[in-house]
Design a protein around this ligand. Structure first.
Ligand code: NOJ
Length: 743
């Protein structure tokens, strides 16, 4: 008996100490938020959980004047696409008239810049230079925040392996490791070290989850992935964004394994909150809560609200479902617990608190900063540097590039993208102004010597079948020593709702190239496009090929920097380039299968009519110089989880220019309880090497970090066995070493 009493006492004491420490350790922030929530009516709570479009940006529906009244009653937590400081001040003023004076968030799609437009995210990732990605996100945050915006719908971190999907342009490509680093860099860039600073903004990683895995690359389409593949590949970049402290996430339009992401409790609560510990909020994508009805997942608005609130979806973007008249009856009927609403509101208020909006709701509306911080010379210089670092040199026969300007007296610049200002901006250009874009023509004009002639004609449109200008193209090509051919896609052929069934050059552009190639003049193909394309014929017909993606405001300057050799290209592909549309989806980290692809074996995993190999592998990209890899060494052949394996390799610059190389390390786990990809990127380093110089690069393999995977039972960890390590300049790296993990 005595024993029992003393046990009880101990238990009691522990409970008391714990609960005391709970209240005493609650931060001022949490106390402030608790206090606010305790005063809120249900209408005010769902108000915080509502986001309206301002209608000022032409891409969104017009602002409904009725919303103004609602804002004054505390009926909106956030406004989207309010783009003038005056309107932001005005709308925030309305929120300040509400009973509890809770400031609103002002969100905007700042996907690759605000006014200074940087390369599209896929292009930036091709630089493999995470410091630069962080820098451009920081500049975008600086410009957006100077204009009143405090929340950006970026970064887009959806991994994608099917180039038909137009939104590959907005992401970081096909690889979870590279995508994870890009996500982290961008979140850090937007949010800085402290959200309280007035030049940082809350970021929103999107679209949770697996939006990039839509079947056949068709936008908004179904996603069906094994749990293993989802966790091992697709979820990783979101997790990196979370680990980098992202303030919010946006749910995806698609369903995942039968449950729409918008109302997917497993994703939004079990994984995101309970497993990962994410304490920011989740906003839906545009109207996606209402789309639960189209999915065939909810019958009516009431059910949409019930399912998404219970799943953990905190804020409704434009579906007008989180409304008092819809939610109150659900609470009364005990279909939604009030604690669920409180949690959602708490998560939203936390971000407002972190931003310092309760101290000063107008802190982002600063005329001086708007005047002095936006579209500055230094921002443009960063954009130019980022743009040239994003360019990938795909082919350079007989070292045609850089242009030998002492010999080339007359150059023909031909193509619908040569003097084009709109298309090199792409989609999601926020407040970017296409008339300020430097075209390839202008960029070259600035850099070519006075005595060289630059002739121009358009040749054809991007996507019509008009060949009437071919004759002018032939004429100026004949007068020239070299042809620069600027071909590609329109800016809006990638991005949202821009899936394509064909990823060839549109219109008669290839025909133009074929026609010009008959003149036997050297041809440099300059590509502007937002996705990998099928370019086998075009690459064959050209002597040199530059993949310039969509480079933004300083496009032409950056292209000219590379053509003239002012900058030696160093970009590497963040996505595999297919030979044929029939190969999609195509990616380097495929599985070996039971019948590995062999062109000579009929009953192997292959196509009868097209090869299995890509046109250009992931990680590929040339430089004006050449690099020779040798002497790969590992310091042990067997290791346990407690050891660290060191791999070293020598890289010699064997060409005629100083240059930069991205040294890439891939691993293959030969046998697993779940089959493993033939290669996985595990580390890389981007280094500068002077001509003639050799550098030794050292990588560390830490088993728990680098050899772990999602095993058959869905736990994550290592498995003993054999591994092969590859180091080289792309995912087809040939230098290899074997080691064994033995615990
Ligand atoms: C829909 C897009 O999927 C999303 O990325 C974007 O942030 C919202 N619309 C708002 O523009």
């Amino acid at each position: 008996m005595i024993k029992f009493k003393s046990i009880l006492l101990i238990v009691f004491a522990v409970i008391i100490t714990q609960s005391c420490s709970d209240t005493s350790t609650k931060s001022d922030k949490e106390k402030f938020i608790d206090n606010l929530i305790s005063q809120m009516t249900l209408a005010e709570k769902v108000g915080q959980m509502t986001l309206y479009s301002s209608g000022e940006d032409p891409t969104v529906p017009v602002f409904n004047p009725k919303f103004r009244e609602e804002i004054q009653k505390g009926g909106a937590g956030a406004i989207f696409a309010s783009i003038s400081m005056d309107s932001i001040k005005y709308l925030q003023g309305l929120a300040m008239k509400s009973r509890l004076k809770i400031p609103m968030l002002f969100g905007y799609d700042v996907v690759h810049g605000y006014k200074t437009i940087f390369p599209i995210p896929l292009a930036e990732t091709a630089s493999w230079d995470m410091k630069m990605l962080e820098k451009t996100a920081a500049v975008a945050a600086d410009e957006a925040s100077a204009s009143g915006i405090n929340w950006v719908f970026a970064p887009m971190v959806d991994l994608a392996r099917d180039a038909r999907w137009g939104r590959v342009s907005e992401g970081a490509g096909e690889d979870p490791y590279l995508g994870g680093l890009a996500a982290k860099a961008r979140v850090k860039g937007f949010q800085g070290s402290n959200l309280k600073n007035n030049n940082t903004v809350a970021a929103c990683a999107k679209h949770f989850a697996a939006y990039g895995a839509s079947i056949s690359g068709k936008d908004y389409n179904t996603v069906d992935l094994s749990e293993n593949y989802l966790r091992e590949v697709y979820l990783k970049p979101y997790k990196s964004a979370k680990d980098a402290g992202v303030s919010s996430m946006m749910s995806a339009f698609n369903e995942v394994n039968g449950i729409p992401a918008t109302a997917n409790k497993k994703l939004l609560t079990d994984v995101l909150r309970d497993e990962w510990g994410f304490d920011g909020f989740v906003v839906s994508d545009f109207a996606s809560i209402g789309e639960l009805m189209n999915h065939g997942f909810a019958e009516n608005k009431e059910q949409c609200a019930e399912l998404s609130i219970n799943a953990g979806l905190d804020m409704d973007m434009e579906a007008s479902v989180y409304k008092e008249e819809i939610v109150q009856p659900l609470v009364d009927a005990k279909k939604i617990e009030i604690s669920k609403l409180n949690n959602s509101v708490r998560r939203i208020l936390r971000v407002k608190y972190d931003l310092g909006l309760f101290d000063d709701p107008y802190k982002y509306c600063n005329e001086d900063r708007a005047k002095n911080k936006v579209f500055t010379k230094s921002n443009l210089a960063i954009a130019r540097d980022m743009a040239r670092k994003s360019i990938v040199l795909l082919k350079n026969e007989n070292q045609l590039l850089p242009l030998n300007l002492s010999k080339l007296k007359t150059i023909a610049l031909i193509g619908p993208l040569a003097k084009n200002q709109a298309d090199p901006m792409g989609t999601w250009i926020a407040q970017g102004d296409t008339t300020s874009v430097v075209t390839t023509y202008q960029g070259l004009k600035k850099q070519l010597p006075k005595n060289s002639k630059l002739l121009y004609t358009k040749g054809c449109d991007i996507d019509s079948d008009d060949t009437s200008d071919f004759k002018n193209a032939i004429k100026i090509a004949k007068q020239s020593d070299l042809i620069l051919l600027a071909l590609g896609e329109k800016g809006d052929m990638s991005g949202e709702a821009a899936s394509k069934g064909n990823i060839n050059l549109p219109g008669v552009q290839t025909k133009l190239l074929e026609t010009l190639s008959k003149l036997n003049k050297p041809i440099v193909l300059i590509l502007t496009n937002g996705r990998p394309m099928t370019l086998e014929k075009e690459v064959k017909l050209s002597n040199a090929v530059l993949e310039t993606w969509i480079l933004g405001t300083t496009s032409g300057d950056a292209i000219a920097d590379v053509l003239t050799g002012k900058y030696n290209p160093s970009g590497k592909l963040p996505m595999t380039f297919p030979r044929d549309i029939g190969q999609l989806p195509i990616y380097y980290a495929f599985k070996n299968t039971g019948r590995p692809s062999n062109p000579d074996v009929r009953y192997s995993s292959r196509f009868l009519d097209i090869p299995s190999s890509p046109l250009f592998p992931f990680g590929y990209g040339l430089s004006y110089t050449t690099f020779a890899y040798s002497n790969l060494k590992i310091d042990k052949e067997t290791l346990s989880n407690k050891d660290v394996l060191t791999a070293t390799v020598n890289i010699k610059n064997t060409g005629d220019f100083d240059g930069e190389e991205v040294v890439q390390l891939y691993l293959r786990d030969l046998i697993g309880s779940v089959t493993r990809p033939v290669r996985e990127l595990k580390a890389y380093e981007k280094i500068k090497i002077k001509k003639g110089e050799t550098k030794t690069i050292r990588f560390e393999i830490i088993p728990e970090r680098d050899l772990s995977f999602v095993r058959a039972d869905l736990s994550t960890g290592t498995e003993d066995g054999d591994f092969t390590l590859f180091i080289g300049g792309n995912s087809d790296a040939q230098l290899a070493a074997n080691f064994k993990l033995k615990n």
